[in-house]
Design a protein around this ligand. Structure first.
Ligand code: FES
Length: 162
């Protein structure tokens, strides 16, 4: 086993120890794993199954059933484009298109350098600012295509969107 894998196992084991190891803890354990790794690595499910009452099939079933769980790695920054009703009416489709073109990826994908993941989401809860894009925990409102692209330009130049 390589050192990094041993370290990852330590992080996984610590989560299981903290949250619990019986079968009823599958969801909270996976939530904590995702917080730690930003997605659910297959290796994590194997490790949990090997050290607890939970089975790989159970964990995989939970991880694929709930949309909150990600099974693939994501970029350092997740660009969420709201496609709720107000934002849809305000031009969310155009924002997604502009960001796809700027980042060279499609909605739901991650850039090859693992910097950005672009995703469409439901209402972000700040409809008065529609259309809205969220980067990390920061919301950008009243956007148009140009302003949306500017968010990325700003991030790339180390500006305030960071
Ligand atoms: S619809 Fe976009 S924030 Fe509510």
């Amino acid at each position: 086993m390589c050192q990094c894998e041993a370290k990852d196992f330590e992080r996984i084991d610590a989560i299981v120890k903290r949250v619990g190891s019986d079968a009823t803890k599958a969801i909270p354990v996976l939530q904590e794993i995702q917080k730690e790794f930003h997605y659910i690595p297959l290796k994590a499910m194997e490790r949990i199954a090997a050290t607890t009452e939970m089975t790989e099939a159970q964990l995989y079933g939970v991880a694929t059933f709930y949309s909150q769980f990600r099974l693939a790695p994501v970029g350092q920054k997740i660009i969420k484009v709201c496609h709720g009703t107000a934002c849809h009416v305000g031009g969310a489709e155009g924002l997604t298109e502009a960001l796809e073109a700027r980042l060279g990826i499609k909605d739901g994908e991650t850039t090859a350098d693992m910097k950005y993941t672009l995703e469409s989401v439901a209402c972000l809860g700040c409809c008065s600012l529609a259309p809205v894009v969220m980067v990390g925990d920061k919301a950008f409102g009243k956007l148009d295509r140009k302003k949306a692209v500017h968010i990325i330009d700003d991030l790339e130049s180390g500006g305030e969107s960071r």
